[in-house]
Design a protein around this ligand. Sequence first.
Ligand code: CTP
Length: 472
Amino acid sequence: MNYKQALKNPIFKIISQSAKELQLDAYVIGGFVRDYILQRGSHKDIDIVAIGSGIELAKQVARNLPNKPKVQIFKTYGTAMLRFEDIEIEFVGARKESYNEDSRNPVVENGTLEDDQNRRDFTINALALDLGDDQFGELLDPFNGIQDLEDAVIRTPLNPDITYSDDPLRMLRAIRFATQLNFTIEPNSLKSITDNKQRIEIITKERIVVELNKIMESTKPSIGFLLLEETGLLEYILPELTALKGIDEIEGQKHKDNFYHTLEVVDNISKNTDNLWLRWAALLHDIGKAPTKKFHKKIGWTFHGHEFQGSKMVYHLFKRLKMPLNDKMKFVQKMVLMSSRPIVLAEDMVTDSAVRRLVFDAGDYVDDLMTLCEADITTKNPKKFKKYHNNFKIVRDKIIEVEERDHIRNFQPPISGEIIMKTFNLKPSKEIGILKESIKEAILEGDIPNEYEAAYQLMLKEGKRLGLKAST
Ligand code: CTP
């Protein structure tokens, strides 16, 4: 098969020419070829394998490019990278032994193309296109990766135990590709992942999170989480989630399986947002339920305070996985902490004051919170499903209405502490806080509008009640 049309970008001719000048063979390999055949849109990373030194080839390509780009060399890995327009091109010499990035063994170059393909992760990632003059665009596919692409199968080129032990991250990559591409993992591979799951412990958290995020960014993340659970990897990576598994029954009272519920919520939200952190919030919104679960004879199962507990767990989870402990983490915490708030609204009558309080507490994230809560509706009772969605629609409309009228989002009190101090001739004291709080409360309750004059009058009234004297 010839895939010349995949190599239309002029860079490939330049690489071809450079390889010829160095008298070595070069091939495009990996994701670029796979995604071209799958028609997954243009792949922005190109991997080139040279039968010889990848670093020398990169340097030669840079010399042949009009703008002479900088070549970044990664000595430990024996690779080199340069940028051409918006594309990153990575060069590597064909290896005889492990591809393993984290290997403590030295990288063994001087392999043939087939040696190199053998050491790659999956048959669908071992497809190579020849960059030689005469065979330009010829496909080299020793493991029938094309067939696996057609059959939608993830398979390792070698015995999976060998491929996964070369780099245990590949266990996660298998699951990630299965999720992104909606492929199945071939049974021997799946068994090998299950057998070798513990080896994931030697992989850095950063690499694990890259794969987790790719699963999270897929159309249907539950595919990945179900596989992680089935293989036992989830217990090593996110034990907070496996702790949600199962249904307890006491005296005929059951609660739902919060693990499968969570996966439904993640799939639901993924239809409505590409915001990775909001998806994370969906994944973690119920993690506080495992440690707070209790059974009471009269009322059955409760999870009191699970939102607060969950938001604290978010911090520990992010820290353990070396995820950013920045505003993204705080956002996830806030979503988890507030995740039940709109639900209470959806069950009851939606009052203006409840909506004002919601907007006040959620601030700029109120829309994200609504998106999360809508995704959280997984009831199989069509009547309830409709009722909750309708109520959320009312809440959303009310948010807009209240917002236009009362400007609660990013609330700035209409009466400052300074005005209070001046009016009552006060030094900094707790009375100022009390007065500010009662003005805020009155606004949120809807007793007064969010305006200066009304707030001023209330301040005078409340001040009097506290025994304060207005100075004028
Ligand atoms: N590879 C491998 N083992 C790994 C990582 C990568 O064998 N643990 C090989 C595969 O041949 C892969 C190529 O290196 O196709 C490039 O890796 P990478 O850029 O991580 O993945 P892509 O396949 O390009 O896919 P994506 O960009 O979707 O991550």
